[in-house]
Ligand binder design. Structure first.
Ligand SMILES: Cc1cc2nc3c(=O)[nH]c(=O)nc-3n(C[C@H](O)[C@H](O)[C@H](O)COP(=O)(O)OP(=O)(O)OC[C@H]3O[C@@H](n4cnc5c(N)ncnc54)[C@H](O)[C@@H]3O)c2cc1C
Length: 396
């Protein structure tokens, strides 16, 4: 028997879980499919934290999406009771004309955000771990930055959707999506659903579904570090571990050269279990990286020194008080679009199909807002924010 629903959501990661929630809030009938369990560690949305920035250096029009996301994180927190987003402020560093500094300033000035310029002395006083800055580089504080907590956010969105009557089908892969005049048939090994609209939010797996856009899933390791345990030449006065907690070492993004961007934040505490929460997280910016396309089905989950060589070298240069050999490494994936912006909106191939993907390594912070945007496309409601720059049709 074919079950009829208003909307089917394929993939319950960052974008799909939030689309499910936003649709369920409207009282429409909605079913969500996830090939693994909800909040699993096999896609793009695991690993305890993601940076949140309001002055989004990747595109000025991301700022209204980040603001909408912030409101929705708070709404979701009010339902589930768990902290999903912590605002710490974020320090952006680099040459005045670097992508990081110029992009942050452009987003702030386009949307009236106040940034705080930090002199080298102020930086050293407020954030001594970040004080190793080239004399010609500058530091800018984005007070609206912080960290989002991905697994709790996805769980909270799905839980709220379930409480509102959504159906969730876990451990079930969608095998076929056939869009026709009467609806979209969604097929799994165990059943069929006929939906008025479908939202494809399949993360790295979406690349295989959209032949009209060159989406590149790439492997991106996550790396966690400890403060240097003992005094050494690079950091003779190594600071105690508490100096590396999130309230002392907030979100930072530093551009060291045209193609080298280091990001990180201090330890969060007990947020995601003792090992991850107690460590400092750092990584390199994906959109500045050389891209090697992978098949998400064949993702290499082994770890080699190639996974941390670059981030270790950048950390040793930029934050010498951190031990540059990682304490933990976990593989992850992002899916890069040709212009490094998301691919979110109505499919140019079929009006009943809505696409949510092409995260390009910077989508988690926006996830609740992207869920709202996807829900509005699915229900033909006007959008609250400009979505032209993420319209899938730009690649059709
Ligand atoms: C190391 C790293 C650091 C990052 N740092 C940041 C950051 O600081 N700030 C930020 O904003 N973003 C960051 N990101 C990016 C962010 O995590 C991603 O943009 C976001 O998680 C992508 O979400 P998604 O919904 O597209 O994919 P996912 O969350 O992976 O969801 C896709 C889901 O679809 C499911 N699926 C696929 N095919 C099927 C099918 N056929 N049937 C059923 N289910 C299916 C998958 O199992 C998966 O659960 C980072 C990513 C990585 C890897």
């Amino acid at each position: 028997m074919v079950e009829r629903v208003d909307v089917a959501v394929v993939g319950l990661g960052a974008m799909g879980a939030n689309a499910l929630w936003r649709l369920a809030e409207r009282g429409v009938s909605v079913v969500g499919f996830e090939q693994f369990t909800v909040a699993h560690p096999l896609g793009s949305s695991h690993g305890a934290t993601r940076l949140f920035r309001e002055a989004c250096l990747e595109h000025p029009d991301l700022t209204p999406i980040a603001r909408l996301a912030k409101t929705l994180y708070r709404e979701l927190e009010a339902h589930g009771g768990e902290e999903l987003l912590r605002i710490t402020g974020g320090v952006m560093m680099g040459a005045p004309d670097s992508d990081v500094i110029a992009g942050t300033r452009a987003a702030a000035s386009a949307h009236g955000l106040t940034l705080v310029d930090l002199s080298h002395d102020e930086l050293a006083e407020r954030y001594p771990q970040l004080a190793e800055l080239a004399p010609t580089d500058v530091a800018v504080l984005d007070p609206g930055a912080g960290v989002a907590f991905p697994e709790p956010t996805i769980r909270a969105a799905v839980d709220r959707a379930l409480a509102l009557g959504a159906e969730v089908v876990e451990n079930t892969r969608v095998l076929a999506v056939e869009a026709g005049d009467d609806g979209v048939l969604v097929r799994t090994a165990t059943g069929e659903w006929l939906a008025d609209r479908v939202i494809l939010a399949q993360g790295a797996w979406l690349a295989a579904e959209l032949p009209w856009v060159e989406l590149q899933p790439i492997r991106t390791p996550m790396t966690w570090f400890e403060p240097r345990a003992t005094p050494n030449a690079a950091a003779p006065d190594a600071a105690p571990a508490s100096e590396f907690a999130l309230d002392r070492l907030p979100v930072f993004v530093r551009q060291l050269s045209e193609s080298e961007v280091l990001w990180g934040h201090g330890s969060v505490g007990a947020v995601a279990g003792p090992e991850k929460g107690a460590l400092i997280k750092a990584g390199v910016g994906d959109i500045w990286q050389e891209r090697v396309r992978i098949d998400p089905e064949q993702l290499d989950r082994g770890v080699t020194p190639a996974d941390w060589r670059q981030v270790s070298a950048l950390l040793a240069e930029a934050v010498p008080a951190i031990e540059p050999l990682p304490a933990r490494v976990d593989p992850c994936m992002v899916t890069i679009s040709p212009d490094d912006q998301f691919v979110v909106g109505r499919s140019p191939r079929h009006p009943r199909v809505i696409v949510g993907g092409g995260d390009s390594g910077h989508a988690f912070k926006h996830a609740p807002a992207l869920g709202e945007i996807l829900a509005r496309f699915a229900l033909d409601e006007p959008q609250l924010v400009d979505t032209a720059f993420i319209d899938p049709a730009r690649f059709a």
